[in-house]
Design a protein around this ligand. Sequence first.
Ligand code: ADP
Ligand code: MG
Length: 346
Amino acid sequence: MREFQGKRVVDDVSLQVEQGQVTCLLGPSGCGKSTTLRIIAGVDRQDGGDLLVDGEMIASDALHTPPEGRSIGLMFQDFALFPHLSVEDNVGFGLHGAKSKKRARAGELLERVGLTGYAKKFPHQLSGGEQQRVALARALAPRPRIMLMDEPFSGLDNRLRDGIRDDTLEVLKDEGTAVLLVTHEPDEAMRMADNIALMRDGRIVQQGAPYNVYNAPMDKAAAAFFSDINVISGKVQGALTETPFGQFLAPGVPDGGQVEIIIRPQHLRIDFDRAGQGPRPTPQDGAPARGTVTRARFMGRESLVEFRMDFDDLILRATVPGVFLPKPDTVLWLSLRRDRCFVFAA
Ligand code: ADP
Ligand code: MG
C-alpha cells in the first residue's frame, strides 16, 4: 500500500513473480504501476505490506532493505547509459571483483544480446536499439533474481520495437530471471507475458495467462482495455435477455435488471453470400440479425465494417480479415460467436 497526500495510489496489491517467467503489470497511465515497481525496487517505501524474495523478507513495516541489497535489476524507459564509459564498462558497472572477471561477464552478456565487438564503443556511437540492448546487458550482469522493467520499449520507434521485444524476451528466458514488466500497452503485454496482472486505480483487478485475461475479462472495462468492443444492452426477464441475436442467459440478474453483452469486432460474423433481403439464414452461431452498412474502412490487415442494426438503431462494428468493403446501405446478415460474448450486469 502507498499513499501520496492522503490518496491511496497502490492498494492491496498482491503479486507473485516466478523464476523464468515474465509477469506484466498492465494498466492505464496513472493507475499505480510505476509506484508498485519503485516499492519493489526499494527506491520508494510502502506505507504498509511485505515484500519477500525466495521466502526472505526484504521489506515490511519494520524493515527496509536498500535497493542494492535486493538482488534486483532495473530497466526504465529512460535507461541512461553512462556517456563517458565504454559499452563494456557500462555493462560491468554494477559488478564487483577483479577487472578481468568483470570484463569476462560483460563480454558474455554482450554476446548474449548480440553486441559482440561493441565492447570498446561509446554510447553515442550506438543506435537506440543497440543502447537498449546495452542497458539490458547492464541490468542482467550482476545476475539479479528479479528484473524490473518499467515501459522499457516505449522510447523506441515502432519498427524496431517488435524485434527488440522478442530479442529481449529470449535473453531474459535464457537467464531464467523472474521478470516484472510494466506497460500500458495491451499488445506488449500479450506479446511478452506468461502472466498478466491487470491494474486499475491502484488495485490488481484480474490476473492470469494472456489468453485467459483476453478471453474471460472480469468486466466491461477489462474487455475494452484489450480491443474495441461492441456493447448490446438488454433488460432481464426470468434470467434471460432478448437481443437481435436471440436470447442470452443472464444468471443472477434480477428481473428488470440491465445487462450488457460485450463482443469484440472480430467475433461478429458476416454472412457474405446472402444479401439481407433474402430468407433468414440458418443459424450456426446463434440467430442471425440484419444490419445496414453505414461505413467500411480498409485497415491494412483487416477491414472494419460498421452496421446499423434493424433493432433499436444499435451500431455494431465487425472486423473482417483482408479486404471487405461493402457500399454504405448494403444490407447483410450478421451473427455472433456466442462463445466469445461476455454478459455483465450493467
Ligand atoms: P503509472 O506508472 O501506472 O502511470 P504511477 O505509479 O506513476 O502510475 O502513479 C500513480 C499515481 O500516483 C498518479 O496519480 C501519480 O500522479 C501519483 N504519484 C506518483 N508518484 C507520486 C509522488 N512522488 N508524489 C505524489 N503523487 C505521486
Ligand atoms: Mg509509470
